[in-house]
Design a protein around this ligand. Sequence first.
Ligand code: WTA
Length: 649
Amino acid sequence: MSENASIESVLQETRTFPPPSTFSAQANIGSEEEYQELWQRAKDDPAGFWGDMAQNLSWFQPYESVMDGDMPNTKWFTGGKINVSYNCLDRHLETDRRNKAAIIWEGETGETRVLRYQDLHREVCKFANVLKGLGVETGDRITLYMPMIPELTIAMLACCRIGAVHSIIFGGFSADAVADRNNDAQAKLVITADGGWRRGKEIPLKAAVDASLEKSPSVENVVVVRRTGGDVDMVPDRDHWYHDLMQGASADCDAVELDAEHPLFILYTSGSTGKPKGVLHTSAGYLLGTTMTSKWVFDLKEDDTYWCTADIGWITGHSYITYGPLSNGASVVMYEGAPNWPDEGRFWEIVEKYQVSIFYTAPTAIRAFIKWGDQWPEKYDLSSLRLLGTVGEPINPEAWMWYHQVIGQERCPIVDTWWQTETGGIMISPLPGVTPTKPGSCARPLPGVVPDIVTEAGESLDANQGGLLVMTQPWPHMLRTLYGDHDRFLETYFSTIDGCYFAGDGARRDDDGYIWVMGRVDDVINVSGHRLSTMEVESALVAHDKVAEAAVVGFPHEIKGEGICCFVTLKGDDGTDELKKELIQHVREQIGALATPDQIRFAASVPKTRSGKIMRRLLRDIAAGRESTQDTTTLEDYTVLAKLRAEEE
Ligand code: WTA
């Protein structure tokens, strides 16, 4: 983007929903004054503020200073000794929580397992001893390639109990992706399962690990959980059944006293080019961030039943299925499978069955629910819900309204949470007892987060001007480096705007100071010299009652520079030329002639990453009629691309 140019915002949304007064009355942060005071204090005196917050954690040895050094190399809680597993488990055993459900697990095939805090603690201690028995030492990297089963949480907490660094790879990735990540991290051990269930089919995880190990020689041992009972090859001396190892293991294992900045985990996230980036988070700062944001944003209470539908292979599952909620002693629902298995009511059946009170999901899932129809949620009792959340991409206002009306029954506040793998925890979000919400806006920064919206030259923009979303102050749960490549870390996040963190999103602030994220700046298109956010055109399309999902990209256009190409998935109807005209007209009416689509292409589905984000860079190639040279290793369903190309012909 040229210096000083801003991104034009065409999205108009004026509805506002104040928090219900009954919610505010019981909320962890309950008033605007309290929010303002916390936010201002954290901005003016971050060390004092985060030092006070750190009293929510249990320390083996107090730190000497809260923060040292400027962004991006700020060190947090120097001198302090801590253990994340201790904070998520042991400290609860001294309270009534020891008998409380920590994990309420539902398998795709219908079975249930409940692990109370003391059960989880016992299993984690045993497995930590198993790891030690296999020669794992503090600082070693361990790959976890597992289905959504309690053993995944057990393995995570066992790693951090002994100071091993986990690297979780989503269970749908290919053997090559596992090998690349094993090699990058020089992983010593892999924990996997025979397989996992997804829509009634078995995903053969162990077979993929076997194939990956031909290319990743650093791995010495493999631990295999039996989940599906499928056939697997066990290589003698290298491969071990989890249940065999656990049988003889002692349940006595003290949590190691680790430095505050001890590495906690690596999580690979795809870059737009080149090899995946190994985002590294460390112990105390990350734990503090996820602990506090869980309290503030999800308003966690002792009797909540909390369910985040993400996969643990994604940062949302790390921060808001495992570390944040367990550090708060919450009861966490964990579901193994797909939302439409055995039918499209599965999520709502789970909400009813476990009386879920807090529900956190992604806009892509919400759009799928809308497509499947209201009859599914209507079959179940959703009255236990008190708070809803979304994460992962901008939520279009129509999907927000549906979530509010059909799932929240106009009773539950919605927290639209903006954050990233790199930020470790939620950065910008409504506080459910305080913030009047506006559909499509993630509202305002949390205490400790000081964002700005700037031009490429780094100048702050006024209200209603779109620009780059940056962070101007360090926060405890930010990434510390990209594993093994600190130069790439500096270049990727700190070279665009002097002295600020920038990770690629465009946004604007409205007159009330609310932030509206406009998607990745790479997805901005330039139509006749006007820079438009593709996400806003998508939002307009999805507001049409026949449209389920839309992905908008630019393509080279002789006259306009870039033209607007819209891939549209319909709710039911077949796409006709009539409907194409209607949709073009609809977008013109909603956001103006400038945004008139040049092409509408109906598609059965659009390519997405496994965390549900539309892969617009692939669609750009299709729209331009180019062969794609893009990295597709994070694509959820490879057949989608072939289908889209076929539809073109
Ligand atoms: C996008 C997910 C708008 C954004 C936790 C960000 C969002 C990227 C929101 C990070 C939201 C996430 N509103 N956009 N509430 N939440 N994003 O690393 O583009 O998988 O940069 O982390 O998702 O994705 P990641």
